[in-house]
Design a protein around this ligand. Structure first.
Ligand code: XMP
Length: 317
């Protein structure tokens, strides 16, 4: 729209004026907000923006590849850091959700700072903060909020001394999506559901192991595939699989099985503050369930979560 076209023009001019010839870094999560912020700043200052994409080993199936493929052809300077092993090592044996979050947040800062230090004199840190994040005292944003919450918790990480560039501060989500379209972002990225910074770690209930992550990744990929194929993905706020820490009895051929349970969580929401479970058609639920049970080894049961928020939350941890 005209509004967002003129927003892009003004924002680009503002960024140029503010940043001049200095270096800006940003943490790219592949989410809509950080991606649009990066594209906008790139349009303003080109290669003086460096983006850091940290693979924490907790991403969904093919996620890192998809995000990197897009940014590679968009000419941004993106540094890919595969820190999976570090994150998984620190998470080993941890089953408390808040401990998981803290470990992941702290480790993220460490990795990010190591990369930032490598770049030398960086003056600015770009973040995809939106208007609702500005007005809410506690907000969960991917890597950026990890930085904020870490800041509140204690010691001042080096990156906190950087000056913030937050070009989306006055926008709502739908406006950010329009800006993304203006900047040539593919539909696939523009309409991505929110994905939490701690990633699959808070969807593998209980201890996180590479094996359990692999099971969840496969189940989750089926959920997303079927949601997209049926047109329901765009109609919902979030849709994902959760791996439960229980096993149940089943039967396969003449064999008794004793395997994992996957819960499906699909919700409607406008801002994640409240949410209602999505009334998906039974045949879609059946297809998702059959595919998960037939295709994902180690899963013999699928449940649909019919709780609204409040009192339940969107995530299970
Ligand atoms: P809940 O589970 O609190 O989630 O209803 C509300 C929204 O926030 C996301 N979420 C997080 N995002 N770090 C994030 O970046 C987190 O620790 C976190 N916990 C929940 C959740 O996916 C939903 O969109």
């Amino acid at each position: 729209s005209w509004d967002m076209a003129s927003f892009v023009e003004t924002a680009v001019a503002d960024i140029r004026r503010r940043v001049g010839g200095e270096r800006v870094i940003c943490a790219l999560s592949g989410g809509v907000d950080s991606s649009v912020a990066a594209l906008l700043i790139h349009r303003a200052i080109g290669r003086n923006l460096t983006c850091i994409f940290v693979n924490n080993g907790l991403l969904r199936k093919n996620e890192a590849e998809t995000v990197l493929a897009f940014f590679e052809q968009s000419e941004l300077d993106v540094r890919y850091v595969d820190a999976s092993a570090r994150f998984l090592e620190r998470l080993s044996g941890v089953d408390d959700p808040e401990k998981k979050r803290k470990i992941i947040g702290t480790e993220f800062i460490r990795v990010f700072e190591e990369e930032a230090r490598r770049l030398g004199d960086v003056r600015f840190l770009a973040q995809g903060t939106l208007y609702p994040d500005v007005i809410e005292s506690v907000s969960f944003k991917g890597p950026s909020a990890t930085i904020k919450s870490h800041h509140n918790v204690g010691g001042l990480p080096e990156v906190m001394r950087l000056e913030l560039v937050e070009p989306l501060r006055e926008l709502f989500k739908d406006e950010v999506r329009e800006v993304g379209a203006q900047l040539g972002m593919p539909e696939e990225l523009i309409h991505r559901h929110p994905f939490p910074g701690p990633g699959l770690a808070i969807r593998v209930l209980g201890a996180v192991t590479p094996e359990r992550l692999a099971v969840l990744r496969e189940a989750d990929a089926i959920v997303l595939e079927e949601m997209k194929a049926s047109g329901w993905y765009r109609r919902t706020w979030q849709a994902f699989a959760v791996l439960l820490p229980v096993r149940t009895v089943g039967v396969m051929g003449d064999e008794r099985t004793y395997d994992h349970v996957v819960a499906l969580r699909v919700v409607d929401s406008v801002d994640a503050m409240t949410a209602d479970w999505t009334r998906l058609p039974y045949d879609l639920l059946a297809r998702i369930s059959n595919r998960i049970i037939n295709e994902v080894r180690g899963v013999n049961r699928v449940c649909y979560d019919v709780s609204s928020k409040p009192p339940a939350t969107i995530e299970w941890e």
